[in-house]
Design a protein around this ligand. Structure first.
Ligand SMILES: *[C@@H]1O[C@H](CO)[C@@H](O)[C@H](O)[C@H]1NC(C)=O
Ligand SMILES: *[C@@H]1O[C@H](CO)[C@@H](O)[C@H](O)[C@H]1NC(C)=O
Ligand SMILES: *[C@@H]1O[C@H](CO)[C@@H](O)[C@H](O)[C@H]1NC(C)=O
Ligand SMILES: *[C@@H]1O[C@H](CO)[C@@H](O)[C@H](O)[C@H]1NC(C)=O
Ligand SMILES: *[C@@H]1O[C@H](CO)[C@@H](O)[C@H](O)[C@H]1NC(C)=O
Ligand SMILES: *[C@@H]1O[C@H](CO)[C@@H](O)[C@H](O)[C@H]1NC(C)=O
Length: 379
Protein backbone atom coordinates (compact mmCIF):
# COMPACT_ATOMS: atom_id res chain seq x y z
CA UNK A 1 0.00 0.00 0.00
CA UNK A 2 2.60 2.46 1.16
CA UNK A 3 4.96 1.53 -1.67
CA UNK A 4 2.22 2.10 -4.26
CA UNK A 5 1.25 5.44 -2.73
CA UNK A 6 4.87 6.53 -2.48
CA UNK A 7 5.48 5.69 -6.14
CA UNK A 8 2.32 7.52 -7.21
CA UNK A 9 3.17 10.52 -5.09
CA UNK A 10 6.70 10.53 -6.44
CA UNK A 11 5.42 10.48 -10.01
CA UNK A 12 2.87 13.25 -9.42
CA UNK A 13 5.29 15.35 -7.43
CA UNK A 14 8.07 14.93 -9.93
CA UNK A 15 5.71 16.03 -12.68
CA UNK A 16 4.46 19.10 -10.81
CA UNK A 17 6.39 20.56 -7.91
CA UNK A 18 9.60 18.59 -7.98
CA UNK A 19 9.03 17.56 -4.34
CA UNK A 20 9.63 13.85 -3.98
CA UNK A 21 9.25 11.83 -0.79
CA UNK A 22 12.67 10.95 0.50
CA UNK A 23 13.45 7.35 -0.36
CA UNK A 24 16.80 5.70 -0.03
CA UNK A 25 18.54 4.74 -3.22
CA UNK A 26 17.76 1.38 -4.79
CA UNK A 27 14.63 0.74 -2.76
CA UNK A 28 11.57 -0.48 -4.55
CA UNK A 29 9.42 -1.31 -1.53
CA UNK A 30 8.50 0.88 1.41
CA UNK A 31 11.29 0.68 3.98
CA UNK A 32 10.15 -1.11 7.12
CA UNK A 33 10.67 -0.34 10.78
CA UNK A 34 10.00 -1.83 14.19
CA UNK A 35 9.75 0.85 16.87
CA UNK A 36 11.06 -0.45 20.20
CA UNK A 37 10.54 1.98 23.04
CA UNK A 38 9.72 2.56 26.69
CA UNK A 39 6.53 4.22 25.46
CA UNK A 40 5.06 7.13 27.38
CA UNK A 41 1.90 9.23 27.04
CA UNK A 42 3.14 11.47 24.18
CA UNK A 43 5.26 8.99 22.25
CA UNK A 44 2.55 8.79 19.59
CA UNK A 45 4.75 11.51 18.08
CA UNK A 46 7.04 8.72 16.87
CA UNK A 47 4.23 6.72 15.30
CA UNK A 48 2.91 9.81 13.53
CA UNK A 49 6.36 10.78 12.26
CA UNK A 50 6.85 7.31 10.78
CA UNK A 51 3.34 7.37 9.24
CA UNK A 52 4.16 10.68 7.59
CA UNK A 53 7.30 9.16 6.04
CA UNK A 54 7.72 6.48 3.37
CA UNK A 55 8.35 3.93 6.14
CA UNK A 56 5.94 1.15 6.96
CA UNK A 57 5.63 0.42 10.70
CA UNK A 58 5.62 -3.36 11.18
CA UNK A 59 4.85 -3.09 14.87
CA UNK A 60 5.53 -1.39 18.18
CA UNK A 61 7.42 -3.21 20.91
CA UNK A 62 7.84 -2.13 24.50
CA UNK A 63 10.74 -2.43 26.91
CA UNK A 64 11.52 -1.61 30.51
CA UNK A 65 13.47 1.63 30.98
CA UNK A 66 11.54 4.76 32.04
CA UNK A 67 8.84 2.46 33.36
CA UNK A 68 7.96 -1.23 33.14
CA UNK A 69 7.40 -2.94 29.79
CA UNK A 70 3.75 -3.66 30.62
CA UNK A 71 2.80 -0.05 31.35
CA UNK A 72 4.85 1.03 28.31
CA UNK A 73 3.08 -1.47 26.05
CA UNK A 74 -0.25 0.01 27.14
CA UNK A 75 1.01 3.50 26.31
CA UNK A 76 1.90 2.15 22.85
CA UNK A 77 -1.64 0.81 22.49
CA UNK A 78 -3.23 4.04 23.63
CA UNK A 79 -1.00 5.96 21.20
CA UNK A 80 -2.49 3.90 18.38
CA UNK A 81 -6.05 4.11 19.71
CA UNK A 82 -5.93 7.91 19.69
CA UNK A 83 -5.82 7.72 15.90
CA UNK A 84 -7.67 4.45 15.16
CA UNK A 85 -4.36 2.79 14.31
CA UNK A 86 -4.65 -0.24 16.59
CA UNK A 87 -6.12 -2.39 13.81
CA UNK A 88 -3.21 -1.97 11.43
CA UNK A 89 -0.22 -1.82 13.81
CA UNK A 90 0.35 -4.56 16.42
CA UNK A 91 1.82 -3.92 19.88
CA UNK A 92 4.13 -6.57 21.28
CA UNK A 93 5.04 -6.41 24.94
CA UNK A 94 8.73 -6.82 25.73
CA UNK A 95 10.47 -8.54 28.56
CA UNK A 96 9.88 -7.18 32.08
CA UNK A 97 13.41 -7.38 33.45
CA UNK A 98 16.82 -6.46 32.12
CA UNK A 99 19.16 -9.43 31.59
CA UNK A 100 20.84 -9.07 34.99
CA UNK A 101 19.87 -5.78 36.57
CA UNK A 102 17.18 -5.54 39.24
CA UNK A 103 15.78 -2.72 41.35
CA UNK A 104 17.85 -3.94 44.32
CA UNK A 105 21.07 -4.06 42.31
CA UNK A 106 20.37 -0.67 40.80
CA UNK A 107 19.73 0.91 44.17
CA UNK A 108 22.85 -0.74 45.65
CA UNK A 109 24.90 0.56 42.74
CA UNK A 110 23.54 4.07 43.29
CA UNK A 111 24.33 3.78 47.02
CA UNK A 112 27.97 3.09 46.14
CA UNK A 113 28.46 5.32 43.09
CA UNK A 114 25.95 8.12 43.63
CA UNK A 115 22.31 8.57 42.73
CA UNK A 116 21.30 8.74 39.09
CA UNK A 117 19.22 11.82 38.30
CA UNK A 118 16.67 9.35 36.89
CA UNK A 119 16.58 5.64 37.74
CA UNK A 120 13.66 4.77 35.47
CA UNK A 121 11.53 1.76 36.42
CA UNK A 122 13.95 1.05 39.27
CA UNK A 123 13.36 4.33 41.08
CA UNK A 124 11.62 3.85 44.44
CA UNK A 125 7.82 4.02 44.31
CA UNK A 126 6.52 7.60 44.45
CA UNK A 127 2.76 7.78 45.04
CA UNK A 128 2.70 11.58 44.79
CA UNK A 129 4.20 11.43 41.31
CA UNK A 130 1.86 8.60 40.28
CA UNK A 131 -1.20 10.49 41.49
CA UNK A 132 -0.07 13.35 39.24
CA UNK A 133 0.11 11.04 36.22
CA UNK A 134 3.62 9.52 36.35
CA UNK A 135 4.26 5.96 35.26
CA UNK A 136 4.95 3.27 37.86
CA UNK A 137 8.41 2.76 39.33
CA UNK A 138 9.59 0.29 42.03
CA UNK A 139 10.14 -3.47 41.99
CA UNK A 140 6.83 -4.66 40.56
CA UNK A 141 6.65 -5.06 36.76
CA UNK A 142 2.94 -5.94 36.80
CA UNK A 143 1.60 -2.78 38.38
CA UNK A 144 -0.45 -0.59 36.02
CA UNK A 145 -1.04 3.07 36.89
CA UNK A 146 -4.21 4.24 35.08
CA UNK A 147 -3.77 7.94 35.90
CA UNK A 148 -0.81 8.04 33.50
CA UNK A 149 -3.11 7.39 30.53
CA UNK A 150 -5.05 9.89 28.48
CA UNK A 151 -8.60 9.75 29.90
CA UNK A 152 -7.26 8.17 33.10
CA UNK A 153 -8.02 4.68 31.81
CA UNK A 154 -5.52 1.98 30.88
CA UNK A 155 -6.25 0.15 27.60
CA UNK A 156 -7.33 -3.48 27.63
CA UNK A 157 -4.39 -5.89 28.05
CA UNK A 158 -6.06 -8.36 25.71
CA UNK A 159 -5.38 -6.08 22.78
CA UNK A 160 -1.65 -6.69 23.05
CA UNK A 161 -0.39 -9.17 20.47
CA UNK A 162 0.50 -12.49 22.15
CA UNK A 163 3.91 -12.79 20.47
CA UNK A 164 6.68 -11.45 22.72
CA UNK A 165 8.66 -8.51 21.36
CA UNK A 166 11.93 -10.39 20.76
CA UNK A 167 10.17 -13.21 18.87
CA UNK A 168 8.26 -10.67 16.77
CA UNK A 169 11.51 -8.93 15.84
CA UNK A 170 13.08 -12.24 14.81
CA UNK A 171 10.01 -13.19 12.74
CA UNK A 172 9.93 -9.87 10.92
CA UNK A 173 13.63 -9.85 10.05
CA UNK A 174 13.30 -13.42 8.74
CA UNK A 175 10.30 -12.40 6.66
CA UNK A 176 11.99 -9.29 5.23
CA UNK A 177 15.74 -9.96 5.31
CA UNK A 178 17.83 -6.83 4.78
CA UNK A 179 14.78 -4.55 4.89
CA UNK A 180 13.89 -3.91 8.51
CA UNK A 181 15.27 -0.93 10.43
CA UNK A 182 15.33 -1.51 14.16
CA UNK A 183 14.64 1.76 15.98
CA UNK A 184 15.50 1.60 19.68
CA UNK A 185 14.68 4.34 22.16
CA UNK A 186 14.63 2.50 25.47
CA UNK A 187 16.62 -0.38 26.93
CA UNK A 188 18.24 -2.99 24.69
CA UNK A 189 16.82 -6.06 26.41
CA UNK A 190 14.43 -7.20 23.64
CA UNK A 191 17.00 -6.65 20.92
CA UNK A 192 19.68 -8.55 22.85
CA UNK A 193 17.24 -11.44 23.22
CA UNK A 194 16.41 -11.33 19.49
CA UNK A 195 20.16 -11.53 18.74
CA UNK A 196 20.57 -14.51 21.04
CA UNK A 197 17.43 -16.24 19.69
CA UNK A 198 18.66 -15.90 16.12
CA UNK A 199 22.38 -15.38 15.50
CA UNK A 200 21.60 -14.01 12.01
CA UNK A 201 19.21 -11.36 13.35
CA UNK A 202 21.54 -8.35 13.49
CA UNK A 203 23.22 -9.16 10.18
CA UNK A 204 19.87 -9.59 8.41
CA UNK A 205 18.30 -6.41 9.74
CA UNK A 206 18.87 -3.32 7.67
CA UNK A 207 20.21 -1.16 10.47
CA UNK A 208 20.01 -0.18 14.12
CA UNK A 209 19.26 3.43 15.02
CA UNK A 210 19.14 4.19 18.70
CA UNK A 211 18.76 6.94 21.26
CA UNK A 212 21.21 6.74 24.14
CA UNK A 213 24.89 6.46 24.91
CA UNK A 214 25.94 10.01 25.67
CA UNK A 215 29.66 10.65 25.45
CA UNK A 216 31.51 12.93 27.89
CA UNK A 217 28.51 14.56 29.55
CA UNK A 218 29.82 14.24 33.11
CA UNK A 219 30.82 17.90 33.32
CA UNK A 220 27.37 18.96 32.17
CA UNK A 221 25.88 16.83 34.96
CA UNK A 222 27.71 18.78 37.65
CA UNK A 223 27.48 22.36 36.44
CA UNK A 224 23.76 22.89 36.04
CA UNK A 225 20.36 22.29 37.55
CA UNK A 226 18.91 18.93 38.51
CA UNK A 227 17.10 18.96 35.16
CA UNK A 228 20.43 19.61 33.37
CA UNK A 229 21.94 16.62 35.20
CA UNK A 230 18.95 14.51 34.21
CA UNK A 231 19.09 15.57 30.58
CA UNK A 232 22.77 14.66 30.39
CA UNK A 233 22.45 11.22 31.95
CA UNK A 234 21.11 8.17 30.23
CA UNK A 235 18.82 5.45 31.54
CA UNK A 236 18.40 3.55 28.26
CA UNK A 237 21.77 1.81 28.33
CA UNK A 238 22.31 2.16 32.04
CA UNK A 239 19.27 0.10 33.05
CA UNK A 240 20.51 -2.91 31.07
CA UNK A 241 24.23 -2.55 30.33
CA UNK A 242 24.73 -6.23 29.51
CA UNK A 243 22.01 -6.15 26.86
CA UNK A 244 23.55 -2.97 25.42
CA UNK A 245 26.92 -4.70 25.13
CA UNK A 246 25.35 -7.67 23.31
CA UNK A 247 23.52 -5.35 20.92
CA UNK A 248 26.35 -2.91 20.20
CA UNK A 249 28.86 -5.70 19.51
CA UNK A 250 26.54 -7.66 17.19
CA UNK A 251 27.21 -7.78 13.46
CA UNK A 252 24.75 -5.15 12.23
CA UNK A 253 25.27 -3.74 8.76
CA UNK A 254 24.82 -0.24 10.08
CA UNK A 255 24.50 1.35 13.53
CA UNK A 256 23.61 4.98 14.26
CA UNK A 257 24.09 6.21 17.82
CA UNK A 258 22.05 9.34 18.52
CA UNK A 259 23.29 10.75 21.80
CA UNK A 260 24.39 14.25 22.77
CA UNK A 261 23.08 15.87 19.57
CA UNK A 262 19.48 15.20 20.62
CA UNK A 263 19.94 17.40 23.68
CA UNK A 264 19.78 20.51 21.51
CA UNK A 265 16.23 19.87 20.29
CA UNK A 266 13.34 21.31 22.30
CA UNK A 267 9.83 22.40 21.40
CA UNK A 268 9.37 25.95 22.64
CA UNK A 269 6.21 27.91 23.46
CA UNK A 270 5.75 29.07 19.86
CA UNK A 271 5.96 25.48 18.56
CA UNK A 272 3.49 24.27 21.16
CA UNK A 273 1.01 27.06 20.46
CA UNK A 274 1.12 26.16 16.80
CA UNK A 275 0.36 22.54 17.65
CA UNK A 276 -2.38 23.44 20.13
CA UNK A 277 -4.07 25.63 17.53
CA UNK A 278 -5.04 22.38 15.86
CA UNK A 279 -7.55 20.48 17.95
CA UNK A 280 -7.15 16.74 17.46
CA UNK A 281 -6.82 13.84 19.90
CA UNK A 282 -3.03 14.00 19.69
CA UNK A 283 -2.69 17.74 20.28
CA UNK A 284 -5.12 17.39 23.18
CA UNK A 285 -2.96 14.62 24.69
CA UNK A 286 0.14 16.74 24.21
CA UNK A 287 -1.51 19.64 25.98
CA UNK A 288 -2.09 17.37 28.94
CA UNK A 289 1.14 15.35 29.05
CA UNK A 290 3.94 16.87 26.97
CA UNK A 291 7.07 17.65 29.03
CA UNK A 292 8.61 20.62 27.26
CA UNK A 293 11.53 20.77 29.73
CA UNK A 294 12.97 17.61 28.19
CA UNK A 295 14.61 17.51 24.75
CA UNK A 296 12.88 15.67 21.89
CA UNK A 297 15.24 12.75 22.41
CA UNK A 298 13.35 9.94 20.75
CA UNK A 299 11.89 12.08 17.97
CA UNK A 300 15.39 13.30 17.10
CA UNK A 301 16.69 9.74 16.84
CA UNK A 302 13.74 8.83 14.65
CA UNK A 303 14.24 11.89 12.45
CA UNK A 304 17.86 10.79 11.97
CA UNK A 305 16.56 7.44 10.75
CA UNK A 306 13.83 8.89 8.52
CA UNK A 307 15.93 11.58 6.85
CA UNK A 308 19.62 10.87 7.48
CA UNK A 309 20.77 13.07 4.63
CA UNK A 310 18.88 16.19 5.72
CA UNK A 311 18.68 15.83 9.49
CA UNK A 312 22.31 14.95 10.21
CA UNK A 313 24.44 18.02 9.54
CA UNK A 314 27.77 16.76 10.85
CA UNK A 315 28.75 13.24 11.86
CA UNK A 316 31.67 10.96 12.50
CA UNK A 317 32.27 7.22 12.97
CA UNK A 318 33.98 5.43 15.83
CA UNK A 319 34.06 2.12 17.65
CA UNK A 320 32.02 1.67 20.81
CA UNK A 321 32.10 -0.57 23.83
CA UNK A 322 29.83 -0.62 26.88
CA UNK A 323 31.20 -0.71 30.43
CA UNK A 324 29.69 -3.83 32.00
CA UNK A 325 31.76 -3.85 35.22
CA UNK A 326 29.22 -3.47 38.03
CA UNK A 327 31.85 -1.96 40.34
CA UNK A 328 32.61 0.78 37.85
CA UNK A 329 31.07 4.25 38.24
CA UNK A 330 30.75 4.12 34.44
CA UNK A 331 28.76 0.85 34.47
CA UNK A 332 26.32 1.22 31.59
CA UNK A 333 28.23 4.03 29.89
CA UNK A 334 29.60 3.93 26.37
CA UNK A 335 33.32 4.13 25.67
CA UNK A 336 34.44 5.18 22.21
CA UNK A 337 37.69 4.57 20.34
CA UNK A 338 39.02 5.63 17.01
CA UNK A 339 40.16 2.83 14.75
CA UNK A 340 43.89 2.95 15.52
CA UNK A 341 43.23 2.61 19.26
CA UNK A 342 40.25 0.24 19.09
CA UNK A 343 40.63 -2.88 21.26
CA UNK A 344 42.19 -5.86 19.50
CA UNK A 345 41.03 -8.43 22.02
CA UNK A 346 37.35 -8.17 21.13
CA UNK A 347 35.36 -7.27 18.05
CA UNK A 348 33.76 -3.88 18.45
CA UNK A 349 31.52 -2.23 15.86
CA UNK A 350 31.82 1.12 14.24
CA UNK A 351 28.83 3.41 14.78
CA UNK A 352 27.75 6.52 12.97
CA UNK A 353 27.54 9.38 15.48
CA UNK A 354 25.80 12.64 14.55
CA UNK A 355 27.59 15.61 16.13
CA UNK A 356 24.76 17.88 15.18
CA UNK A 357 21.28 17.76 13.69
CA UNK A 358 19.09 20.21 11.81
CA UNK A 359 17.01 21.32 14.80
CA UNK A 360 14.47 23.21 12.69
CA UNK A 361 13.84 20.19 10.47
CA UNK A 362 13.35 17.83 13.43
CA UNK A 363 10.88 20.24 15.03
CA UNK A 364 9.07 20.64 11.72
CA UNK A 365 8.73 16.86 11.35
CA UNK A 366 7.26 16.69 14.87
CA UNK A 367 4.85 19.61 14.41
CA UNK A 368 3.62 18.41 11.02
CA UNK A 369 3.15 14.86 12.27
CA UNK A 370 0.93 15.91 15.18
CA UNK A 371 -0.97 18.60 13.28
CA UNK A 372 -1.76 16.33 10.31
CA UNK A 373 -1.86 12.85 11.84
CA UNK A 374 -1.75 9.91 9.44
CA UNK A 375 -4.14 6.98 9.41
CA UNK A 376 -3.92 3.25 8.64
CA UNK A 377 -3.91 4.07 4.93
CA UNK A 378 -0.59 5.85 5.40
CA UNK A 379 1.07 2.72 6.74
C1 LIG B 1 7.99 12.26 44.30
O1 LIG B 1 7.40 12.96 43.24
C2 LIG B 1 7.12 14.32 43.54
C3 LIG B 1 6.29 14.87 42.40
O2 LIG B 1 6.89 14.59 41.17
C4 LIG B 1 8.43 15.05 43.78
O3 LIG B 1 8.19 16.40 44.08
C5 LIG B 1 9.17 14.36 44.92
O4 LIG B 1 10.45 14.96 45.08
C6 LIG B 1 9.33 12.89 44.67
N1 LIG B 1 9.85 12.25 45.87
C7 LIG B 1 10.98 11.59 45.87
C8 LIG B 1 11.36 10.96 47.17
O5 LIG B 1 11.67 11.46 44.88
C1 LIG C 1 0.17 -10.83 16.10
O1 LIG C 1 1.12 -10.24 15.23
C2 LIG C 1 1.50 -11.10 14.18
C3 LIG C 1 2.63 -10.42 13.45
O2 LIG C 1 2.28 -9.11 13.08
C4 LIG C 1 0.30 -11.39 13.31
O3 LIG C 1 0.66 -12.26 12.27
C5 LIG C 1 -0.80 -12.01 14.15
O4 LIG C 1 -1.96 -12.18 13.38
C6 LIG C 1 -1.10 -11.15 15.36
N1 LIG C 1 -2.02 -11.87 16.23
C7 LIG C 1 -3.11 -11.31 16.69
C8 LIG C 1 -3.94 -12.16 17.61
O5 LIG C 1 -3.43 -10.17 16.40
C1 LIG D 1 24.54 3.53 7.01
O1 LIG D 1 23.44 4.41 7.08
C2 LIG D 1 23.76 5.76 6.76
C3 LIG D 1 22.52 6.57 7.00
O2 LIG D 1 21.44 6.02 6.31
C4 LIG D 1 24.25 5.84 5.32
O3 LIG D 1 24.62 7.16 5.03
C5 LIG D 1 25.43 4.91 5.15
O4 LIG D 1 25.80 4.87 3.80
C6 LIG D 1 25.08 3.50 5.60
N1 LIG D 1 26.28 2.68 5.55
C7 LIG D 1 26.28 1.44 5.05
C8 LIG D 1 27.56 0.70 5.12
O5 LIG D 1 25.26 0.92 4.60
C1 LIG E 1 10.77 28.98 19.05
O1 LIG E 1 11.66 28.50 18.04
C2 LIG E 1 11.43 29.09 16.77
C3 LIG E 1 12.42 28.47 15.81
O2 LIG E 1 12.24 27.10 15.74
C4 LIG E 1 11.61 30.59 16.83
O3 LIG E 1 11.29 31.14 15.57
C5 LIG E 1 10.68 31.16 17.89
O4 LIG E 1 10.92 32.53 18.03
C6 LIG E 1 10.91 30.49 19.21
N1 LIG E 1 9.93 30.96 20.19
C7 LIG E 1 10.23 31.24 21.45
C8 LIG E 1 9.10 31.66 22.32
O5 LIG E 1 11.38 31.17 21.87
C1 LIG F 1 -11.38 20.29 20.99
O1 LIG F 1 -12.36 19.41 20.49
C2 LIG F 1 -13.09 18.73 21.50
C3 LIG F 1 -14.03 17.78 20.83
O2 LIG F 1 -13.29 16.87 20.09
C4 LIG F 1 -13.81 19.73 22.37
O3 LIG F 1 -14.47 19.06 23.43
C5 LIG F 1 -12.83 20.73 22.95
O4 LIG F 1 -13.49 21.74 23.67
C6 LIG F 1 -12.01 21.37 21.85
N1 LIG F 1 -10.96 22.20 22.45
C7 LIG F 1 -10.63 23.39 22.00
C8 LIG F 1 -9.54 24.10 22.72
O5 LIG F 1 -11.18 23.89 21.04
C1 LIG G 1 31.67 18.75 13.20
O1 LIG G 1 31.70 18.67 14.62
C2 LIG G 1 33.01 18.52 15.15
C3 LIG G 1 32.88 18.27 16.64
O2 LIG G 1 32.15 19.27 17.26
C4 LIG G 1 33.82 19.76 14.84
O3 LIG G 1 35.14 19.59 15.30
C5 LIG G 1 33.83 19.97 13.34
O4 LIG G 1 34.47 21.20 13.05
C6 LIG G 1 32.42 20.01 12.78
N1 LIG G 1 32.48 20.06 11.35
C7 LIG G 1 31.67 20.88 10.67
C8 LIG G 1 31.84 20.82 9.19
O5 LIG G 1 30.89 21.64 11.19
Amino acid sequence: MKAAIAVLLALCAAATTGLVPIKRQGETEAPKVILDNDWGPTDFILVLMALASPYQILGLTSNTANSWALQCSLHALRSLQLGGLENCIPVHKGTDYPLLNTADLQQSWEYIHGALPWSGAFAPMNMTAEAAGSDPTDGNPNRIVPSAFVDGKAPDLNQLNGTMAAAFMVDMVREYPGEVSIYAAGSFTNIALAIRLDPTFAQNAKELVFMGGYIDTNLLMVTGSANEADINSDINIKIDPEAAKIVLTADWQNITLVGNAANSVFLNQTDLEEIYNVNNSFSQAMMQYFQAYFPLWDATALAVMLEPETVVTNSTDFFVDVDVAWYSPYYGNVRASQQMYAPKGQTLRSVRYPFAVDVERVKELVRDAVMQPGSCEDN
